[in-house]
Design a binder for this molecule. Structure first.
Ligand SMILES: *[C@@H]1O[C@H](CO)[C@@H](O)[C@H](O)[C@H]1NC(C)=O
Ligand SMILES: *[C@@H]1O[C@H](CO)[C@@H](O)[C@H](O)[C@H]1NC(C)=O
Ligand SMILES: *[C@@H]1O[C@H](CO)[C@@H](O)[C@H](O)[C@H]1NC(C)=O
Length: 400
């Protein structure tokens, strides 16, 4: 891992390591919750003032399916050795093993095999020098076309880090975003460019080497899926961590490109943009989005205006040249998993759209109820734990 710059904000450094460490510990599907850990953390803060109403069973079940697909976008959930996982980026034969394992995992959902869209820096020894990474699979089923984006990956000696525009792993300089003829605020340039930049190295066997953007290739894959199962089924975009941010931006672009019946279920999504972006997204897809965040997951706070008063990780902004601005989704799209208090809940908290502005003092309340310095743990970001918690909530709500 590249050494952190001394000036880099502490939380950004901390959590970018979390992003990179995602696969260092093999994901365990269906892992049991650890009551002792929950109890320990419960001592660290007071409970929320009001309980979170459990989401409806169908929302929980749809989210669990999406969380599973987000997990399966990581080869480590399906291949056994980290060496195999590493080679999925460079060795077509190992990639084929992963594709076969994924087809087997999804066989109960679909008779169609998944197709892939991927972009990867070829400079694997120094990924920080050319940091673009997008990996998604498209799975047509009779009920939905699923598009699942992988998060940042760390396997063996290789880490691939896609979150950046400059080569720094969480340098999230914002860039004005206009799509489909209308402005949509300012967004994280690394997340955006991973979708829109055509000049990104492609996987060895990619059919479109360095000629079209990942987004353009994704549109072609979705159209092919629609040809296979019909254009009337919903398009469900999902992803974890970096993949959640890419899914969100891709969903917005698909909407403005005329695709309808779009739905999103994301897990542990970092901050994508400013208040204008959030409002544009909300107007487009807010009512079709389930943005799940574990309240003790530090990555959903990134980039974090409290930890970055100098705005180093934000760059330029629409509202004010001297402050950093970021925004949560509206309450309507924000689903919280409460693992901090002893009674696990998965649902929508009350409260409204929060805009965090570095010029207005402490913004802790913009993020979660949890002080990351004392209460957050690495595990709260793992997709395997989003899956496990949603499974527990489905069971608690009477499903299976
Ligand atoms: C999620 O995946 C696990 C195995 O990884 C499986 O046992 C479970 O049934 C799946 N749940 C859903 C809703 O797909
Ligand atoms: C990879 O990046 C390093 C650091 O910037 C550079 O020295 C090296 O030449 C690059 N390798 C290739 C194959 O581009
Ligand atoms: C989000 O969109 C809904 C309509 O879907 C609207 O009622 C609500 O006011 C919007 N919230 C914000 C903060 O823009």
């Amino acid at each position: 891992m590249a050494p952190a710059k001394a000036s880099r904000p502490m939380l950004a450094t901390f959590a970018s390591c979390l992003l990179l460490l995602q696969l260092a510990i093999p994901a365990v599907q269906g892992a049991r919750l650890a009551p002792a850990a929950l109890g320990r953390r419960a001592l660290l803060q007071s409970p929320p003032s009001s309980d979170i109403p459990m989401a409806p069973l169908d929302v929980l079940q749809q989210s669990l399916v999406a969380a599973n697909l987000s997990a399966w976008a990581y080869p480590g959930t399906l291949l056994t050795s980290s060496w195999d996982v590493e080679n999925t980026y460079t060795k077509p034969a190992v990639f084929q093993q992963y594709a076969t394992a994924l087809a087997a995992a999804t066989a109960s959902l679909s008779s169609h095999a998944p197709t892939f869209v991927q972009r990867l820096s070829r400079n694997l020894t120094h990924p920080e020098a050319s940091a673009r990474f997008l990996y998604a699979f498209v799975l047509p089923t009779n009920d939905a076309i699923y598009v699942a984006f992988r998060g940042t990956d760390l396997t063996g000696s290789i880490f691939v880090n896609a979150a950046t525009s400059t080569g720094e792993d969480f340098n999230s300089v914002q860039t004005p975003f206009s799509y489909g003829g209308a402005a949509a605020g300012n967004v994280h340039s690394g997340f955006l460019l991973s979708l829109t930049d055509a000049a990104v190295d492609s996987y060895d066997s990619d059919a479109y080497p360095n000629s079209i953007s990942a987004y353009t290739e994704l549109v072609a894959a979705i159209k092919a899926a629609q040809a296979a199962v019909g254009a009337s089924v919903p398009i469900v975009l999902t992803g974890h961590s970096l993949g959640a941010a890419q899914a969100t931006l891709a969903g917005f672009m698909l909407s403005r490109d005329g695709f309808s019946n779009l739905r999103l279920a994301t897990f542990g999504c970092p901050q994508i943009g400013d208040a204008d972006w959030a409002a544009a997204y909300n107007a487009t897809l807010g009512s079709s989005t389930m943005a799940w965040w574990n309240m003790a997951d530090p990555v959903v706070q990134l980039p974090n205006v409290d930890e970055d008063p100098g705005c180093d990780n934000f760059g330029s902004h629409s509202s004010s040249s001297s402050s950093c601005v970021q925004a949560w989704f509206t309450a309507g799209s924000r689903y919280r998993i409460d693992t901090v208090n002893s009674n696990l809940r998965c649902g929508q908290p009350s409260g409204s759209f929060a805009v965090c502005d570095s010029s207005s003092g402490s913004t802790q309340s913009c993020y979660t109820d949890v002080d990351w310095k004392t209460a957050m743990t690495v595990e709260d970001h793992y997709i395997s734990n989003y899956v496990a918690h949603l499974q527990a909530c489905v069971t608690a709500a009477g499903g299976n």
